[in-house]
Design a protein around this ligand. Structure first.
Ligand code: NAP
Length: 327
């Protein structure tokens, strides 16, 4: 297929473009700067400069490209340091998910595009009661944290607009697997604590696996929602100490809910204590998706172990086995 990828230069886009090309697709990839366009070209795609928040430009670019499919992977989350003002931090991304999605859907319709796939989010979206892990059919949180209402409304808009138009919305887990991920640094600095009982569940996904699922969703996804997450949704009290160990950092601090609320705002408290994870059963069953990193346990090691200070690095499992320490 000729595929128009918006956000081809981003964290997921740069993994997606080569996998699309490997599968024989032709890719037109957007970015906003000539430097990013060079990266897109180097990945094997035809670069196009595009601001998704300029509807006229979107229309022209899509019509000129004559694609059979459109994939929307544009976000603007390069500075995730302020979660206290969550909606402010996410404002540009929320616009990309509302205005950007609408502009793309309109252009895609006019261009006779057959397939439309867009980036949504799974972790912390589902209702904060009942089972710890939810499927696509379970209700979303009806009352998101007040400081994250705009961002959650934008995700809901994207899900609804895309599926109503016959497209596929991919509710990805929390991405990891790139050198510039936002997660390791605060964990290394012990700025990412376990809040309260640490019971808030997160679903993760390695960027490689997220890209692989996206290719499959493009090729065989039915209109609707798919959770694109790994096999092991886990509470913060489980995954955070493991990540700290992999990074060679000290164990995470523990803070009470009230203090976390003062320091980091309500959304962070909800995420750390109440949020639910997501099930990938539908994506595996319907897309035939197989994960390279079925759990963050091996994924974190693959992504980050080499970044730990040498003196704190875990011994190589093979060396431990030789010494009779393993298994
Ligand atoms: N599910 C998740 O956990 C999740 C979701 C999204 C992002 N993140 C993480 O957040 C971090 C930062 O991500 P990011 O979103 O800042 O950057 P990113 O993933 O590196 O890039 C986002 C993509 O969107 C494009 N883009 C941004 N604004 C646009 C606009 N107005 N019009 C058209 N395209 C636009 C960017 O183009 P340019 O390259 O030209 O700027 C880029 O191609 C990454 O570590 C990423 O993994 C996580």
């Amino acid at each position: 297929m000729r595929v128009f990828v918006v956000g081809a230069s981003g964290a997921i886009g740069t993994r997606l473009v080569p996998q699309l090309i490997d599968r024989g697709h032709e890719v037109i990839g957007t970015s906003r700067s000539p430097e990013s366009a060079k990266r897109v070209r180097a990945l094997g795609a035809r670069p196009v400069l595009l601001d998704l928040l300029d509807p006229d430009a979107v229309r022209k670019a899509v019509l000129a490209a004559e694609p059979e499919a459109v994939i929307h992977e544009a976000t603007a989350l390069s500075d995730l340091s302020d979660f206290k003002h969550f909606d402010r931090t996410f404002h540009q991304t929320s616009r990309l998910r509302t205005e950007g999605t609408d502009a793309l859907l309109g252009a895609a319709r006019e261009a006779g595009v057959r397939r439309f796939v867009a980036q949504s989010y799974a972790s912390a979206r589902y209702s904060r009661d009942g089972a710890p892990v939810k499927s696509e059919d379970d209700p979303l949180d009806p009352a998101p944290a007040p400081n994250a209402r705009e961002a959650f409304a934008a995700m809901r808009h994207l899900d609804e607009a895309v599926t109503k138009a016959g497209g596929v919305a991919l509710r990805y887990g929390a991405f990891y697997g790139a050198s510039n991920d936002g997660l390791p640094d605060p964990v290394r600095k012990r700025q990412f604590p376990i809040i309260g009982d640490g019971g808030g569940v997160t679903s993760f996904i390695h960027l490689h696996d997220a890209a692989a699922a996206t290719v499959l969703a493009l090729e065989r996804g039915e209109p609707g929602i798919y959770n694109i997450v790994d096999d092991e949704p886990a509470p913060a009290r489980e995954w955070l100490p493991v990540l700290a160990e992999v990074l060679g950092a000290k164990p995470p601090r523990r803070v009470p809910r009230w203090l976390a609320r003062v320091l980091a705002g309500e959304f962070v408290v909800v995420m750390g204590t109440e949020s639910r994870g997501a099930s990938n059963a539908k994506a595996k069953r319907e897309l035939g998706w197989e994960l390279r990193y079925p759990s963050w346990r091996e994924g974190f090691r693959a992504a980050y172990a080499a970044t730990a200070p040498a003196e704190r690095r875990e011994p190589d499992p093979a060396a431990r086995a030789v010494k009779g320490e393993a298994g």
